[in-house]
Design a protein. Structure first.
Length: 304
């Protein structure tokens, strides 16, 4: 992630400018505000604004007039109760606005999460930068043999070098053509193609940027899906960075989320029955479990 000296100065100016407020402030989030957290080779995540903290979740749940007289330990217990029982609306009282710079193919996965408000950099209005995601050597992997939606063995030697060359060459060539198409030339009468059309030939590893605002309940849903090991590495690293930020913002809510959602397991009715039969000493197999082979594989992956 290379920020220009002007961008660094703008961020520093924002961080130097503080104002008194009556609103709830999260000390952990204040430390994160505006700071650019690098992700991938040119990407970033920055918190632009936020509303609420752990207390705000409890205030909403209790519909209280002020802070109330409850201790932090009571708040933590209430938050865990709300998370455990899928009582989601108090978490929706907290909001966060991120500035994210990400490759277009990651943005396509990300935008499927419909419960956020998004404003993307306009490539009709502005010219995109010459910035492309090129995977690091340890992420350049072959198709997984077990999982159609995943990667397996890391490419080595000449094959890895050739893939990297192709990625770089294609990116640079298409950007050269993009610039060529855009640029007018008064000597030859060349008009230059409109930005909204010239962008057509750019590959999906070019970087875009957006502001992305979401409430905490829906952010947790996003993080549960995208910080999961099944999510593609390139979106997972963004989700993991956000997890670190949310942990600082709302420590009790994040702790409950980590425990009940990230670390928890959903059980089907069949799975509950199998566990009960096992605890009673029965040797249950896939054939006698009533589960499909795939379901059994996932069940055995967690419970052995
Ligand atoms: C590992 C992984 C692999 C994936 N593979 C594919 C794939 O191959 N192809 C593909 O197309 N997608 C794929 N997806 C995307 C996935 O199917 C979802 O579209 C995406 O994760 C967004 O989930 P969501 O709809 O729950 O989230 P959000 O859009 O954030 O919605 C959150 C929740 O709000 C509710 N909601 C939102 N909008 C509506 C609505 N209009 N109607 C009813 N309820 C609504 C739902 O309860 C939803 O769960 C994949 C996702 C993951 C994590």
């Amino acid at each position: 992630m290379a920020l220009t000296p002007e961008q660094i100065a703008e961020i520093e100016a924002q961080r130097a400018n503080s104002a008194q407020t009556l609103r709830a402030v999260s000390p952990g989030m204040e430390g994160r505000l505006y700071t650019a957290h690098p992700v991938l080779d040119h990407g970033l995540i920055r918190v632009i604004d936020y509303m609420g903290d752990d207390e705000a979740i409890c205030q909403a749940a209790r519909v209280s007039y002020g802070k109330g007289t409850k201790a932090v330990s009571d708040d933590r217990g209430l938050i865990r109760y709300l998370m455990r029982h899928w009582h989601s609306t108090p978490f929706e009282m907290c909001e966060v606005k991120f500035h994210v710079k990400l490759p277009v193919f990651v943005a396509r996965q990300w935008i499927r999460h419909r419960t956020a408000n998004v404003n993307e950099y306009s490539a009709r209005y502005s010219i995109l930068d010459r910035e492309f995601y090129i995977p690091s050597a340890d992420q350049l992997a072959a198709q997984s043999k077990q999982n159609n939606q995943g990667r397996g063995e890391v490419l080595q030697g000449e094959e890895a070098a050739r893939v990297l060359d192709l990625l770089r060459e294609d990116a640079m060539r298409s950007y050269d053509h993009y610039e060529d198409m855009l640029t007018p030339d008064t000597d030859t009468g060349k008009l230059g193609l409109a930005r909204e059309l010239a962008r057509m030939n750019l590959p999906a590893n070019i970087y875009t940027q957006w502001y992305w605002k979401i409430d905490l309940h829906n952010l947790f849903h996003f993080l549960r899906l995208r910080a999961d090991p099944h999510a593609q590495y390139e979106i997972r690293v963004y989700a993991e960075t956000m997890c670190d930020i949310v942990k600082d913002w709302v420590p009790s809510a994040y702790e409950a989320f980590e425990d009940y959602r990230l670390g928890g397991v959903n059980l089907s009715g069949k799975a509950v029955e199998v566990l009960k039969r096992r605890l009673a000493g029965e040797d249950v197999t896939q054939e006698t479990s009533g589960m499909s082979k795939g379901e059994w594989r996932e069940f055995a992956g967690v419970w052995g």
